[in-house]
Ligand binder design. Structure first.
Ligand SMILES: C[S@@+](CC[C@H](N)C(=O)[O-])C[C@H]1O[C@@H](n2cnc3c(N)ncnc32)[C@H](O)[C@@H]1O
Length: 218
């Protein structure tokens, strides 16, 4: 296993994220996750306060957990989710960083959640304040299930979660087509605001990486 240490600069705390050298897309931290993590810190702690304390956060397609663990370091109660095969490394990273999260008032737990499983207890039983996802649009078959999952979060609650997603826009024709398809479908059901680069972290942002805020239309 290779190790990458990500400095999240939250109240001088540092997260240690283990990644695998060999494996699939869930084994490494993707750039869109770092950009989203750094943006979250700007959004949540403009005055140096960990103001996600008491907030419930769901991360979809968490990979090794960069974004969810950042939210937990900002004080949130975070449920990090991914496919079952991604969970061992994700759990390892939670254990590795547990004392850091707890010292910040945060908490992290891991659950299997496959997009499209709208009957899952993970999304049925909790009302989330935020849903976070980084670089989760990269294959055709996942687009409708992912949108269905986004629509189903808080299905039993009156409040709508704030969805914050980041996505690297890759320049291959296939990936551009996929993103356009996802975006057109997302637009039908969600109000979407694109976050300008001036509102993102000055160092950890890129013209190729989008950040969107989305809320389900009434
Ligand atoms: C490109 S990786 C991004 C990982 C992480 N968010 C990051 O940016 O570092 C996409 C993630 O989506 C997860 N994923 C893919 N298809 C999924 C599905 N149908 N249900 C749940 N998670 C899925 C993968 O296992 C992987 O962790």
């Amino acid at each position: 296993m290779s190790i990458r240490v990500l400095d999240v600069e939250v109240c001088s705390k540092e997260l240690t994220l283990y990644q695998r050298l060999v494996g699939d897309v869930s084994c490494v931290v993707w750039d869109a996750a770092i950009v989203l993590s750094k943006y979250l810190q700007l959004l949540i702690e403009p005055n140096g306060e960990c103001s996600l304390i008491g907030r419930k956060v769901l991360e979809l397609g968490a990979g090794v957990g960069c974004v969810g663990l950042t939210a937990a370091t900002l004080g949130a109660e975070v449920t990090l989710t991914d496919l079952p095969e991604a969970l061992p490394l994700l759990k390892h990273n939670i254990v590795e960083n547990k004392s850091t999260l707890v010292s910040q008032g945060g908490f992290a737990t891991v659950e299997a959640l496959s997009w499209g499983d709208v009957e899952s207890d993970v999304i049925k039983n909790t009302a989330f304040d935020y849903v976070l996802l980084a670089d989760c649009v990269y294959y055709t078959e996942s687009i409708d299930p992912l949108i269905n999952t986004l629509k189903s979060v808080n299905q039993n609650a009156s409040k709508k979660p704030c969805i914050i997603l980041s996505q690297e826009l890759r320049d291959s024709e296939i990936q551009m087509g996929l993103w356009n398809m996802f975006f057109q479908k997302l637009k039908k059901d969600f109000n979407i605001a694109k976050i300008d680069s001036s509102e993102q972290h000055s160092e950890y942002s890129s013209d190729d990486i989008l950040i969107l805020h989305c809320t389900l239309k009434s």
